[in-house]
Design a protein around this ligand. Structure first.
Ligand SMILES: *Cc1c(COP(=O)(O)O)cnc(C)c1O
Length: 354
């Protein structure tokens, strides 16, 4: 247990002192009665405010994920939890956070919004954390957060467990492990480790594996002491009734979920095989997620040529030279991409041979 970490000392003073807004429904918990307390309109189907703590949805999620509903924060996307982490722990223009690049861009966006200086440490050649680079910051009292994305977006690899364990033990701030793609991964979640580390926050989402990006529901699992602050800082009704109900409904179909994951993983294998056979492909990075980072000859040009054929992939050439990040789609969509790539390759070869 990282018992040397004192959470209440780590949070910003204004947040520690904050008395949160208490909604009418915080004071009366029952669901039977004549509700004349919240200035709601008595008519309609969505006229009541939603449960601010999303108890029913948390119960469903905790059964699926095997975590404790009492250690779960739900946000309007896991992006909300990223923003809240900065707002809870980082004093603007004073505190800092660490990210390992290339990685998910929102850590930087929210750092900038919250006026938090970002320490950007490059991952090594195989996209692992270079522990020597982090060491100087582990006991810096102004460094409050560290984001570890695993499987990492856009590179697709998992970050080594031993590295994360060492950082959890030695870092004096919060370690946020972003598991947005864990449903596609061969390794298990960090959730089982939550009781061991007070400074661990695990981000997950219904957006990717569960296919509910449109609902905007993200999970953040954390020690109860940390959760207290997240609940204090969040907007009271951050998830709408419609979103909560739709998620509860869709989460019932565990079999469908597993089947779709299996299809996506087998499509990923097919894409790896097919892409490797193209002469324009230089390298396909190993992926534990639902996308492939692929190095091509002239990725920028290829990206444009695909756009012309109305096939949109993500150009990551600015962060990893000459790469496109390709999400795994439905089999038919993947085939369309492959057909387009083959056509582009044939055009190129016919120019060369002419
Ligand atoms: C997609 C993604 C998220 C965002 O999830 P939302 O719950 O949709 O906000 C978070 N982290 C990473 C690494 C992602 O790729």
């Amino acid at each position: 247990m990282s018992s040397s970490i004192n959470i209440s000392e780590l949070v910003r003073t204004n947040i520690a002192k904050l008395s949160p807004y208490t909604s009418a429904r915080d004071e009366y918990k029952g669901d039977k009665g004549v509700f004349l307390d919240a200035n709601e309109n008595p008519y309609g189907t969505v006229n009541r405010y939603p449960d601010p703590y999303q108890c029913e949805l948390k119960q469903v999620i905790s059964e699926i994920k095997g975590g404790d509903a009492g250690q779960l924060f739900l946000g309007n996307g896991s992006d909300e939890a990223i923003d809240l982490a900065y707002r809870i722990f980082c004093e603007p223009n004073k505190d800092k956070a660490i990210v390992f690049t290339p990685t998910y861009g929102m850590y930087e966006v929210y750092a900038n919004i919250n006026a938090v200086e970002l320490i950007t440490l490059p991952l090594d050649k195989v996209f692992q954390i270079e522990e020597g680079l982090v060491d100087p910051y582990l006991t810096d009292e102004n460094v409050k957060l560290m984001f570890i994305c695993s499987p990492n977006n856009p590179t697709g690899n998992l970050i080594k467990r031993e590295t994360i364990i060492r950082l959890l033990n030695q870092f004096k701030g919060m370690v946020i492990v972003d598991e947005a793609y864990i449903d596609f991964s061969s390794e298990s979640s960090w959730l089982e480790e939550l009781t061991q580390y007070k400074n661990l926050i695990i981000l997950q989402t219904l957006s990717k594996g569960w296919g509910m990006a449109g609902l905007r529901i993200g999970m953040a699992w954390m020690n109860e002491e940390v959760l207290y602050y997240f609940n204090k800082v969040k907007s009271p009704y951050n998830l709408s009734i419609i979103n909560q109900q739709e998620a509860i409904k869709l989460l019932q179909d565990k079999t469908g979920f597993e089947q779709r994951i299996a299809v996506l993983l087998s499509e990923k294998e097919r894409m790896i095989k097919e892409l490797s056979s193209l002469s324009m492909t230089r390298f396909i990075y190993p992926s534990e997620a639902n996308y492939l980072l692929v190095e091509f000859d002239q990725a920028d040009k290829l990206y444009q040529e695909l756009i012309e054929k109305q096939i949109i992939v993500r150009n990551r050439s600015k962060v990893v030279p000459n790469t496109l990040r390709i999400s795994i789609g439905q089999p038919e969509e993947n085939t369309q991409l492959l057909t387009a790539l083959k056509a582009i390759q044939r055009e190129k070869e016919s120019i060369i041979y002419r």
